[in-house]
Design a protein around this ligand. Structure first.
Ligand code: CP
Length: 305
């Protein structure tokens, strides 16, 4: 039995395998079809933190594979966690009912802790500011589909790079590919963690850091946008210092390459002007469709299908 807990656990070949498998599932997703690969199998989605895309995406993926879903979108308030049940015991229980589990939790490391009690595979659906392995994979899949390659691209990552588990996951995966350059754009207090920057540089990647998005828009092949995440700040006052610091506008898009693409895990919280939505380079809604295909690939792999 294997879990999908950390982006760093995947090898280059495993990433390529999942990208290939997801490509095969795109037709099913776009055709809104249902396979019978996972017939009789049950996915449990346990979310201790809010979600729109990730939970519905995992559930849609399981239903399109032909399986079934049991779900709790508010575990902290409505499961026996509220009565004090441990993550280990919850895992023991839920893995009695389900064949695979997707779990989100606000505390980094808690999905791994949960997995120690599970007798079935567990997929990390986001743990605090730690990791979001399935999102990182669907982001790579989006870029591969839209740009035709994952090598030799300049990635401009902007926003709360300190707390965004999504950009952390992207960097971990991208380190397997050749010739990419990284430009990290954030306020000084929300910089990409030093260990990620140092690790990329030690592996030979060019990394630039700046607070000025406008000055680097023209360099991007991929703009990996992230919101400033209120839930990661110690106080509303601290969050307000950074809210609205980067807003993607048509004026900024005009400075970018004609074939640049914008990806973003969303939700949108003031950081993308809706006027950008109709720009053909904006791929943040298309990402949701790629995400279902990638999560079909992840679930199929975890279930040994
Ligand atoms: N991309 C993402 O994780 O979105 P949700 O928080 O809505 O799941």
């Amino acid at each position: 039995m294997r879990h999908r807990l950390h982006s760093k656990d995947l090898s280059y070949d495993e990433i390529l395998g999942l990208l290939d498998r997801a490509t095969g599932f795109l037709k099913t997703v776009r055709g809104r079809e249902r396979l019978n690969l996972a017939e009789g199998k049950i996915l449990a989605t346990l979310f201790y933190e809010p979600s729109t895309r990730t939970r519905f995406s995992f559930e849609t993926a399981m239903l399109r594979l032909g399986g079934h879903v049991i779900s709790n979108a508010d575990m902290g308030a409505t499961s026996s966690a509220k009565k004090g049940e441990s993550l280990f015991d919850t895992a023991k229980m839920v893995s009695t009912f389900a064949d695979v589990i997707a779990m989100r939790h606000p505390v980094a490391g808690s999905v791994a802790e949960f997995s120690t009690g599970s007798s079935v595979p567990v997929a990390n659906a986001g743990d605090g500011a730690g990791d979001h392995p399935s999102q990182g994979l669907l982001d790579l899949f989006t870029v591969q589909q839209e740009k035709g390659t994952l090598d030799g691209l300049t990635w401009v990552m902007v926003g709360d790079l300190k707390n965004s588990r999504v950009v952390h996951s992207q960097c971990t995966y991208l380190a397997h590919f050749k010739g990419n350059k990284f430009v990290f754009v954030s306020p000084e207090a929300l910089k990409m963690p030093a260990e990620i920057v140092e690790s990329l540089r030690a592996q030979g990647f060019e990394v630039k850091e700046t607070e000025d998005l406008e000055s680097v828009m023209g360099e991007a092949d991929v703009l990996s946008d992230t919101r400033i995440q209120e839930e990661r700040f110690a106080s509303p006052e601290e969050f307000k210092k950074y809210f609205g610091v980067y807003v993607l506008t048509p004026a900024l898009m005009a400075k970018a390459k004609k074939d640049m693409i914008v990806i973003d895990p969303l939700p949108r919280v003031n950081h993308i002007d809706p006027a950008v939505d109709n720009d053909p380079r904006a791929k943040y809604f298309a990402q949701a469709e790629y995400g279902v295909a990638m999560r079909m690939a992840i679930l199929a792999e975890l279930l040994g299908l």
